[in-house]
Design a binder for this molecule. Structure first.
Ligand SMILES: [Zn+2]
Length: 737
């Protein structure tokens, strides 16, 4: 389901999740009188995490990884380290017309297609450290039984209406035509190659009967309309409870989730569907590839792939439980289970509306507690496109950059499209590696190990009493484990990773401030304490970074001679034992030159043909905004523009977009400035950054904080925001004119 080529006719799955260690009681309200809701705080015993089933008609690319799989993996690893019971399921989505069409094009069978990509994707996940408990597939026999049973139960419960309708039929091929099997002229833009469900040129969603001059892609003949019957899910009957459940978190009078924890864009998409009014949707298709409809007189019909695919999560759970000899039901049917679907934004309606309706109509199942869908990842200024080969394919990355999974995990985790689309560039990948992984993390660990080997024979030195520097260090370190965990629980993985990396930044600063390499001559006892503390930071890094950089965390553990640790062990004082021999320092990261980066960019352009014909509007950079009216020099001279340096940055509580910055512009006291850049920069990134400040802007209160000026930023039409700053460092307070 994770493949963006997938059409709406075929269910695509990119799952999502929800963390909920926070109480749900605090969220009653929202227009509901407190006494109208049964007082019920869901106590969580276990978490079922699903990641969208990737569609088995092509390999995985980094857009899929950033959309669903990496966030889900980070989330699951963090929960596991904290001792929580989690099940993480995924599998290949192997049905639907897109696969039969692919098989036709390739001159092979649907089975051959799905076997190939199921194996390829399963291996790429393993190689990349995406660690599912089970990676299943929807063409498995168990899935056929599971989804047919599910369908029959819905049927018995009266969930469907049967409707006869006229549908295109190919008299030469002797079969009804799925939407994708019909091409014709788009009524909107005149494209003669539009599909029965969508025009790929103008992006319009279509139905086959809207196409002009329809033709069958099977035989090329003109199809005829013939009556056929299908089973529909009358979704409009569920409109009321779905609205209540999504927006207030209340189902059958019981508080199930806190809608305030759902991402605004997820709620927005759901509500736009709800506002239009839910409508009946066919749950069966005329197709010869899929799960057969288990009813008499349903020959040649299969379950709609968007019905069968999410049931694949349940099938995967069953298979896992059978393999383990445990019960599967608690993971889907127990009130004390939290169900989370990690998906990309193209799958929101299926996971937030259609699948929940199916689960509720079936009965006995819990509904998702959250669906933290991600937006899309772009690549080098353009939308990722499988058909244009504008993509970084995961299996190819692993081949070309062997043993460098964490470098890509890091680059992607730092730009996850959590609240808006984001962009991967090879240059940024290089920068993140060289300036952060090598310079901060690698450099710190390297310095610690070199000094331990140089001064202490590769053994852990014994510490003596600490001083004020140490007290400050621990004060800053001690808050990090909870901070990272809390950010992970809120699906803010970018922030969480930045907070984990803060331990390495603090470690570097500690070494730079204490200079043990100089001190060894005059105060070797103090050096022993410094190195001991630094080894403890390294141990903490092996825990805090594990969800993000599991390969690196493993190396750190080996170097320190530690076993796998729990989250709560991160700063345990007795982890590092004086006198223990340290392992060989392993290479963590090496700098990446311009050569291989340029080669990647070139490869991308060489293999992707230029888009044919008019490009979909999102592909074209929007023109810059229109010019403004002239002003006089005197108008300009009224501005007091100053160079300043950010000395501290923190989030403004309850304001997703705002950061509170402390900026030194050479005055007696630094300025406090509130800036709307929190979605672009983590607070940890900002200290030391030089900026331009409009210093004489009337002070203004935002969220209770007085802002004494405005930081200048440049913004492009895609909403990318960067600092405007002097080309080299200049004294704070310097005037700009
Ligand atoms: Zn069109």
């Amino acid at each position: 389901m994770g493949n963006s080529k997938r059409t709406i006719e075929t269910p695509t799955a990119r799952p999502s999740i929800q963390a909920a260690t926070r109480g749900l009681l605090g969220t009653f309200a929202r227009g509901h009188p407190r006494n109208a809701i049964e007082s019920h705080v869901k106590e969580i015993k276990r978490t079922t995490v699903t990641a969208a089933l990737p569609y088995a008609n092509g390999p995985l690319h980094i857009g899929h990884i950033a959309g669903a799989y990496l966030p889900a993996d980070i989330y699951v690893r963090c929960l596991r380290a904290r001792g929580q019971e989690v099940l993480f399921v995924c599998g290949s989505d192997e049905h639907g017309a897109a696969i039969t069409i692919r098989a036709m094009k390739d001159g092979t069978t649907p089975r051959a297609i799905v076997d190939k990509y199921h194996a390829m994707m399963g291996k790429a996940f393993v190689d990349f450290g995406i660690h599912f408990d089970i990676y299943h597939r929807t063409s498995a026999e168990l899935h056929k039984q599971t989804s047919q049973d599910f369908f029959l139960k819905l049927y018995e419960n009266g969930a469907f209406t049967e409707q006869e309708e006229l549908q295109y039929y190919d008299e030469e091929a002797k079969q009804f035509l799925a939407d994708r099997y019909i091409k014709g002229t788009c009524p909107v833009c005149g494209n003669t190659e539009a599909y029965g469900d969508q025009c790929e040129k103008c992006g319009s969603a279509l139905s086959p009967k809207e196409l002009k001059d329809p033709r069958s892609t099977l035989s090329g003949s003109k199809p005829v309309l013939k009556p056929t019957s299908h089973w529909y899910l009358p979704m409009e009957r569920s409109q009321q409870w779905v609205e209540e459940w999504i927006n207030n978190g209340v189902l059958d009078g019981v508080q199930q989730h806190d809608a305030g924890e759902w991402k605004p864009q997820v709620l927005g998409q759901c509500n736009s569907w709800l506002k239009d009014g839910l409508r009946p949707r066919a749950m069966t298709r005329d197709l010869d590839w899929g799960v057969p409809v288990p009813l008499p007189n349903a020959e040649g019909k299969v379950l709609y792939v968007w019905l069968d695919a999410p049931i694949g999560y349940i099938t995967a759970t069953k298979q896992w439980a059978m393999d383990k000899g445990v019960a599967w039901e608690p993971w889907w049917k127990s009130d004390d289970t939290r169900l989370l679907h990690f998906i990309g934004k193209d799958n929101i309606v299926f996971h937030c509306i259609i699948f929940p309706i199916l689960l509720k109509m079936h009965g006995g199942y819990i509904l998702p507690q959250n669906v933290p869908a991600n937006e899309f990842l772009n690549l080098e200024g353009q939308k990722l496109s499988t058909s244009r080969n504008w993509a970084v394919w995961l299996h190819e990355y692993i081949e070309r950059w062997p043993d460098r999974q964490d470098e890509l995990r890091y680059a992607l985790a730092s730009i996850l499209p959590e609240f808006k689309d984001s962009e991967f560039t090879w240059k940024d990948f290089q920068d993140k590696n060289n300036n952060e992984l090598v310079s901060i993390l690698g450099n710190f660990v390297q310095r610690v190990f070199v000094l331990c080997h140089k001064f202490h024979d590769g053994k852990v030195p014994a510490p003596s009493g600490g001083n004020e520097q140490d007290v400050l260090l621990w004060a800053e370190l001690n808050i990090l484990p909870n901070k990272v965990a809390e950010e992970v629980d809120r699906f803010r993985f970018r922030d969480a990773m930045a907070s984990a990396m803060q331990a390495a930044r603090l470690g570097n600063k500690y070494l730079t401030d204490t200079e043990p390499w100089k001190l060894e001559k005059t105060d070797p006892e103090r050096v022993r304490t410094i190195l001991f503390n630094s080894l403890r930071i390294t141990a903490a890094l092996s825990v805090l970074l594990e969800p993000f950089l599991p390969f690196t965390a493993g190396k750190l553990r080996r170097m320190l001679g530690l076993k796998e640790l729990k989250w709560e062990d991160a700063l345990r004082a007795d982890l590092i034992v004086p006198g223990t021999s340290l392992g060989k320092p392993e290479h963590l990261f090496k700098p990446i030159d311009d050569g291989p980066i340029a080669a990647e960019v070139e490869r991308l352009h060489a293999s992707a043909p230029l888009p044919a014909g008019p490009v979909i509007s999102n592909d074209v950079p929007a023109p810059p905004p229109a010019a403004k009216a002239n002003i006089t020099f005197d108008d300009f001279a009224k501005l007091d523009l100053r160079v300043g340096t950010i000395t501290a940055a923190e989030r403004v509580p309850k304001a997703d977009k705002l950061l509170k910055l402390t900026i030194d512009i050479g005055e007696a006291a630094p300025r406090t400035v509130v800036s709307g850049i929190a979605e672009h920069y983590a607070p940890e990134q900002l200290a030391g950054q030089q900026v331009l400040l409009v210093a004489n802007l009337e002070p203004r209160k935002m969220r209770g904080v007085e802002s004494q000026g405005m930081v200048l930023m440049a913004e492009d039409a895609d909403g990318k925001l960067v600092f405007v700053k002097p080309s080299e460092t200049i004294r704070n307070g310097s005037e700009v004119r």
